[in-house]
Structure formats: C-alpha cells, structure tokens
Design a protein around this ligand. Structure first.
Ligand SMILES: [Zn+2]
Ligand SMILES: [Zn+2]
Length: 455
C-alpha cells in the first residue's frame, strides 16, 4: 500500500498552524520547501524551510478567497533553486470559515492542477499541498500520470503526537474504529486507559508504528513494554540468534530457543503475540543498514535503539535523520574491576528531528568502534593499540539494569504523548553509591554547536 507522508521537524507544524490561523477573518497562505525521499511504496517529504507572504504579497484576500502576486511565487522559486537541497514545493492555505472536516474546494483543485502542470513543464520539481481548517487538515501530493495531474492523499507527520492534528480524510474513512482493546471492562488495555486517558491510548493503538533496533537484553524488554502499553504495530530488527548465555536477560527466550539457535526476533515476536494476538509484529532478521528495511523504517513513527553496536547505532541514526523520524536510544554499562563492580549505569537519549542534537554530536558514537565493527581484521589491531576492547570480550550484563533502562526509555516515549513531564534529551540512571535518575544537562550544553549530521 502506498503511503505519502509530509514530515515536520519538532515544533514546525504547530508554528505553521499558529501563524496561518492567527487571523480567523481571512484565508492565509504559506509556502514550504520539502525534500523528497522514496523508499519502496513510501514517499517521505521532509519540510526543510517555510515562508510566509507579507501583506503586500497578497493581490486579494477575504474569508473564503485569496490570491497572491505572481512575483511572490517566482521569487520563492528562485530562493528554492539557490538553496539547492529542496526539490518539493508545498503550498498551504487555510479555510478559516471551516471548523472541521476540511476538504480541498473545486477552486483549489483547478488552481493546483494548473500550477502543477506549469511547474512540471518549466522546472523539475515535485508539488504538494495542504489545507487547514480551524481543527484539522487535508494533504495531497500531485503527480503526473499519462500527462494528467492527479492528486494522491498524504498525511502530515509531526515528531510527537502532542503536536499532531486530525487528518480530515482519515477521520472520514475510519470513523468507526474497533476499540475492543480499550473497552472499560473487557479490554486488555482498560487499566492503561485509566492511567493515560482514552485519547492517548487511541493514538498509541491506531496511529503508531515503532521500530525496535536490537532485541537483545534491552530491546526485548522494550518490545514487551511496548505491547503492554498498547502499541500494536512493531518492527523488530536483529540478525542475532539466541545463545544459552542470553537466557539471563532476553524476555521471551526459552532454553529450547537457545538449543535450536532460533533468531531473537522470532522468539520475541512469538512472545509478544501470545500477549496480544491482534498486534502486527514484523520480525526482520536483518542488519538495520540493509536496503530491504528502508521502506518499513521510513513508515515508522519512532525508532527505539537498543543495540550496543556502534556501527548499527550510527546507521539507525542516519536513517532517522534521512527520513526525519524521532529516535530514542537506550544503553547500559557495567564495569567490573578485580571482581568488584565499579560502575553500573545507563542512559536514555531522545533525539527528535529539529532538536539539533544526535548521538554523533553528543559523542555517543565512536568512529574507532564503527571501524572495528565493520572492517575485518581491524578490531585486533585497534585493541592491541588500546583503542577498543576486543570484539570477543563478553560484556557483563544483568537483567535488573536492563529493565530499569528499558522502563526509562518507554516512560520517555509515553511522555511524548502525554507531555506530563519536562522533556530531557538525556536521562541518566546510576546505581552506584545509591540508585538515582537525573537529566544530564552538561552533555547537552557542551555539545558542538554545529553538527554535520543533525545541524
Ligand atoms: Zn481552498
Ligand atoms: Zn548532531
């Protein structure tokens, strides 16, 4: 099934709505520059810049009508060519006379079809459009089919559900959802509804797809938490098989799984489906970098990163930034010296597109480790020189620490739906002198101000 998503960076869609709907007595207009990426049947358009006309740029304007001066559009096209990275023009206008259930008018259809025709004749640009009522939106991408301009419905993606607005087309299509899971007496999520509220649970159950990268000691608990919290659509990504020494911490893995050397993703998927047979869980025995995963990842609303492999952390983050997907990364550390634990800690990092921070500028990905993990033979050289510990060194691991960090990661995710707590990009858990959780402001403040990856 084809899917077209217009994705906004953190805060950008709320800003657009506020700006365009400030004056309810007249239609308003905005022009967005986007960057298009196609992955399989999925088209992602990331909004990279927005422009708003000045009063003098309007030729005429009223409650149910607007016309811009042609020069305004030409000038923006020149801007776009100069900027270089953008390849999609997205026009946005309002129907302030409409309280909800917004639709493009016949006028909009005719204007946009003509504009698209003109745009594709003279420039090699893509064209999409958005219309806002006072409470919802409709969106579409224009395409050429057999010399005709045809619209394809699109949806708007924001970084967090808190900023999301209803898609009028989707509401019209699926007004009667099967909310059996949320039924107050017989639904398995009844107690979650009491805690988080029905609106939050509806979003979680119906609108979210989550990728879990790495389903080992940390990722399997994250995946189980996701199912218990009502997330119904998951992609589990890991190419490892279960070993006997994994059985002290992988949720859902049995002795038999280890004896048969089953894939971690298969064992964890089976476990999750026993909890919720309605869930749609896809097991991918791939590395996150493999091209067949791109389309599934592009469609995800969040990436939960739970691998200690630096190469796959780097790759997952690269994909997140390329498609504008928000990411939560969890990691643990146990240091043992001479039989004594000298450190037991972990951290959860939230990197939404637009936050201007990522695992690279926070110094959480080490280039030497990536090299050691990806270049055959290099690991031994680097470990001899003391850059990395040998690849075959088994790290200490206990489930209690993993459970703490997996819980912190899921609480952080849920907070993106409820907004209950202040957003902290880095949360640290330490279990040394005494257990404690605190936000790491220093790492955030001390990161380089410009980043090649997320800047
Ligand atoms: Zn209109
Ligand atoms: Zn960065």
């Amino acid at each position: 099934m084809t899917s077209t998503r217009i994705r906004f960076s953190q805060g950008a869609f709320a800003h657009l709505r506020q700006r365009l709907l400030a004056d309810p007595s007249r239609e308003a207009f905005g022009l967005l520059f986007g960057q298009r990426e196609d992955a399989g049947d999925t088209t992602i358009i990331r909004v990279v810049a927005s422009h708003f006309p000045m009063p003098e740029d309007y030729e005429s304007r009223s409650l149910a009508h607007l016309r811009l001066r042609r020069e305004y559009i030409y000038d923006r096209l020149v801007d776009m060519q100069k900027q270089g990275e953008a390849d999609t023009l997205i026009d946005v206008h309002t129907h302030p006379f409409c309280a909800g259930g917004v639709q493009f008018s016949a006028h909009d259809d005719a204007d946009e079809r003509a504009f698209h025709h003109w745009l594709t004749e003279i420039l090699d640009l893509h064209y999409a459009s958005l219309v806002l009522s006072r409470s919802d939106y409709a969106a579409r991408l224009w395409e050429r089919h057999e010399d005709r301009s045809t619209p394809r419905p699109a949806r708007v993606d924001t970084q967090t559900a808190l900023e999301q607005w209803p898609n009028a087309d989707q509401v019209r299509e699926t007004s009667k959802h099967d909310d059996a899971a949320m039924h107050p007496h017989t639904g398995f999520l009844a107690r979650s509804v009491l805690a988080l509220g029905l609106d939050v649970l509806r979003q979680i159950v119906h609108e979210q797809t989550i990728a879990v990268v790495g389903v080992g000691g940390l990722g399997s608990i994250i995946a189980e938490h996701l199912i218990h919290n009502g997330f119904h659509q998951l992609h589990l990504i890991d190419h490892d098989r279960i070993e006997i020494t994994n059985l002290n911490r992988i949720v859902g893995a049995s002795l038999q799984d280890a004896q048969q050397e089953r894939l971690k993703v298969d064992a964890v998927r089976d476990h999750l489906l026993r909890i919720n047979p309605e869930a749609r869980i896809t097991a991918h025995a791939n590395g996150v970098e493999e091209p067949e995963l791109l389309s599934a990842l592009a469609n995800c609303d969040w990436i939960m990163l739970a691998t200690d492999n630096h190469a796959s952390r780097f790759k997952a983050q690269e994909i997140a930034l390329r498609f504008g997907i928000p990411l939560i990364s969890a990691g643990v550390n146990i240091s043992v010296d001479d039989g004594r634990i000298t450190d037991m800690s972990g951290e959860v990092i939230t990197a939404r597109w637009g936050d201007r921070l990522c695992l690279n500028c926070l110094g959480r990905i080490a280039p030497t480790r990536i090299a050691a993990e990806t270049i055959p033979g290099l690991s031994d050289v680097l470990s001899q020189r003391g850059y990395v510990s040998g690849q075959d060194v088994k790290e200490p691991a206990v489930k209690t620490l993993n459970t703490m960090l997996a819980t912190l990661a899921i609480d952080t995710l849920l907070n993106q739906f409820t907004g209950r707590q202040t957003q902290a990009p880095i949360l640290v858990y330490e279990n040394n002198q005494s257990p404690c959780i605190y936000p790491d402001h220093d790492s955030v403040e001390q990161r380089p101000k410009t980043c090649f990856h997320c800047g």
